[in-house]
Design a protein around this ligand. Sequence first.
Ligand code: XMP
Length: 513
Amino acid sequence: RLLIIDFGSQVTQLIARRLRELKVYCEIHPYNKVDDAFLRAFGPKAVIFSGGPASVYWDGAPMPPKAAFDLGVPILGICYGQQVMMHCLGGQVEGGHGTAEFGKAFVTPTAERLPLLDGWFEAGDEQVWMSHGDHVSKIAPGFQVYGTSPNAPFAITADVARNFYAVQFHPEVHHTPKGAKLYENFVRLAGFKGDWTMGAYREEMIEKIRAQVGDKKVICALSGGVDSSVTGILLHEAIGDQLTCVFVDHGLLRLGEAEQVVKMFRENYNLNLIHADESALFLGQLEGVSDPEVKRKTIGRLFIEVFQKYANEIEGAEFLAQGTLYPDVIESVSFSGGPSVTIKSHHNVGGLPEKMGLKLVEPLRELFKDEVRALGRELGLPQSFIGRHPFPGPGLAIRCPGEITGEKLDILRRADAVYIDQIRKHGLYDEIWQAFAAILPMRTVGVMGDGRTYDYALALRAVTSVDGMTADYYPFSHDFLSETATRIINEVKGVNRVFYDCTSKPPGTIELE
Ligand code: XMP
């Protein structure tokens, strides 16, 4: 196994991700938890020093354990990891002098070839991503330079005899296009076979959950989305009946959704599942509410109340399981308390534990969305659940601008089902990040047969996106759009007009409210 010593970089988890892609097992441990004894007991086959925000000259600057350099295994230092390596081995690091570099840079190779860089420089200089204030000003004895950038004369350095490698840039990020190749070379040099699997990860997670929870009880809010489903199933495998899942049906789900979710879990996984049908409560409290923020806050508040009510019935529950993913962790670290404006009050399960005095179990904290999907496949979750488009916590409420009524929800559900059916039939579902219908707060005049109609208008939305933060509207063909509009108007009573929303994000948002 490989040990990543974390010096606090925002992108340390990306290193782990790159290694998992190479089927190499690794663990991340913070620098202040790794001493010589830990290191010897861990017995890594290779070590990576991550980047970090510190300067090696600060008082109490984070340092790696001395023993790291005596293990006789390959070490790769990245950014701060490079600087700290040079500092420990007799080189020098400097700050200031206008040599900070943030963003894209190009590295030029020196004359000598380095096996770590196999596949690099085939078409000249390589693009890398830099993010550093300090830089190495003198390399440690035994090291040589293998690549330079305008502001980092020691962009790539190595002591080949000892298998120590140190780079100033971040090979783990997307903007270093050949970064994955560098990691591949590194693990090859360290002798990894690349035979670790998602199945092995599942076993490790199960062991970790058991160790954390012991014989205590856990509750989990299940939404039917990928993240909470994988969390629930994983927990169930780990602790069986110590887990109770609560599926809150707020009456704002899509056509047949509640039944599908409950059926899938009851039939495939024999877990304790409470189907909390609280639609009357939610819809009652939403009556007459048309302001988007009031809607969102009402639903958020009721969700907590309802969840708490069911949780109280589960005697002795000490833990709350959540499907928090790594990008959620990073976003809340970087943006919490920041000066950003609230566009929408997102409603998530987050925030529950403080009020409820429960400890958190978050088995997906280290994973990215596509890895969660892979884990879901490993756990036997049907593809129809794994590949689902995201669905917001407040559900159809935010796809029904203005006041919510039973009639509107009913029309919306049926129209949305036809629209999604069309998308699936045309084989477009997996190309689209998210697609849904929204019912507009207006009626328009139409003519059907020989009669006048005065019915609701619908907006169809479909976007492509990587993370939901920005999005482009999906360029359906005119044929697709007219066929879909015709089907909806023919099949869904109460709709006589269909619009396609061709707004990207920004300036629009994905949901209408
Ligand atoms: P917006 O509308 O903000 O949506 O562009 C971005 C993504 O977030 C989803 N979304 C939510 N997800 N709770 C959630 O869990 C919410 O309150 C919420 N509001 C929006 C939305 O569906 C899209 O994927």
